[in-house]
Design a protein around this ligand. Structure first.
Ligand SMILES: [Zn+2]
Length: 371
């Protein structure tokens, strides 16, 4: 990767579009990253402030050095080089061709240009962007359930550059799918959801590697046959029972040492943003289950008079999309620096606020503590 210090003859400094610059009192300059709202305050001399207007990408660093005042040339050159190096290290200045120089196919870069710029705000350098995006590219996403929530993930994950998927769902697209699923189209009614989801992913990325299994995950399912090479498992299926599925899939993921995401966004979990569970960092799915069992221990509802309640739960597509996109954000944060928000987050629709509460590992949990 081209850097200012190593290649001044070919490095053409460009002040990025996504960073605003404010000149404050005295010698202070504020840089504001528009994508993240992050602010950076830098003290720098007047001639360095003036040089920011030079950073258009039309001149190489060597050519810019020649513009500096001759009288104090040596010292000014040293300060200017150090200034550019500093701005480069914080993703404020890049080489004009930085995106094209990333080691990804040209059509991938064209499609993900804004995504890469956003990553640069977070990672600081083009090398950091490469490291994150290579992890995204090589990740095989095992997605169990491609309905109201999983369908939206099939939209947003390819847009972030994920290109390998294992899709698992036994159902077919039905009339009610049209008001809930991302891949809604009247002509798809009757088609297996995994096929509709595969076509949806390939509409974004024709080269995506998608494997499909039109099966339900039941106690007899040999997960190693269908999810054996997954790098991450996401559960957005609510049948046969989401709590059971989270435990089965969560244990499998912990045994494999890969992250597991328990999705929310449907039925009784409508406002739940979902949780990313990673062995050694968060409680396991069994600890979550035990927490809720204990939390509702004194809550004894009468047997519900309606036996089949499936169609009575709410199903706002906005809440399903909210949970799916929360999951996508959680995954990207994890890929960037291993960050995990282990709190459970729930959205209260009428109050329009999110509540967070902490769930801890159980002492001596055999799944959390197993080597
Ligand atoms: Zn545990």
């Amino acid at each position: 990767m081209k850097t200012p210090t190593c290649s001044p003859e070919t490095f053409s400094p460009l002040l990025r579009d996504g960073v605003d610059v404010y000149f404050n009192q005295g010698d202070e300059v504020t840089f504001v990253y528009l994508a993240t709202r992050k602010r950076l305050y830098v003290a720098c001399e007047g001639f360095l402030q003036d040089s920011l207007a030079w950073l258009t990408g039309r001149s190489t660093l060597t050519e810019l050095l020649a513009r500096l005042p001759q009288s104090e040339n040596q010292s000014a050159q040293k300060k200017f080089l150090s200034f550019i190096d500093y701005l480069f290290g914080r993703g404020i200045v890049v080489d004009k061709d930085w995106i094209n120089d990333l080691p990804f196919p040209p059509d991938y870069l064209l499609r993900l240009e804004r995504h890469m710029n956003f990553l640069l705000d977070l990672c600081g350098t083009p090398d950091g962007v490469v490291s994150v995006q290579e992890s995204v590219c090589s990740c095989t996403v095992g997605l169990v359930g491609v309905g109201a929530v999983g369908g939206w993930l099939c939209a947003v994950l390819p847009m972030m550059g994920f290109g390998k998927f294992i899709l698992i769902d036994p159902a077919v697209v039905g009339p009610s799918s049209l008001s809930r699923h991302a891949f809604h189209r009247t002509d798809l009614v009757g088609m297996p959801k995994v096929q509709a989801a595969e076509a949806f992913i390939k509409a974004v990325d024709l080269s995506a590697d998608v494997r499909t299994h039109q099966v339900a995950v039941i106690p007899e399912t040999d997960l190693s046959l269908i999810l054996g090479d997954a790098s991450i498992i996401i559960n957005t299926a609510d049948e046969p029972y989401i709590g059971h599925l989270n435990i089965v899939l969560g244990r499998f993921a912990f045994r494999k040492g890969i992250p597991f995401f328990a999705g929310g966004g449907f039925d009784a979990h409508l406002g739940c943003a979902g949780e990313l569970l990673v062995k050694g960092k968060t409680p396991c799915a069994d600890c979550y289950s035990a927490y809720f069992k204990q939390a509702v221990a004194d809550w004894k509802p009468v047997t519900h008079p309606v036996h089949f309640r499936r169609n009575s739960f709410g199903g706002l597509p906005t809440l399903a999309a909210f949970s799916a996109f929360s999951a996508a954000i959680a995954l990207l944060r994890y890929f960037i620096d291993g960050s995990i928000t282990s709190d459970r987050t729930e959205l209260y629709f009428q109050a329009y606020k999110q509540e967070h509460f902490k769930i801890s590992k159980r002492e001596n949990c055999k799944f959390c503590n197993h080597p």
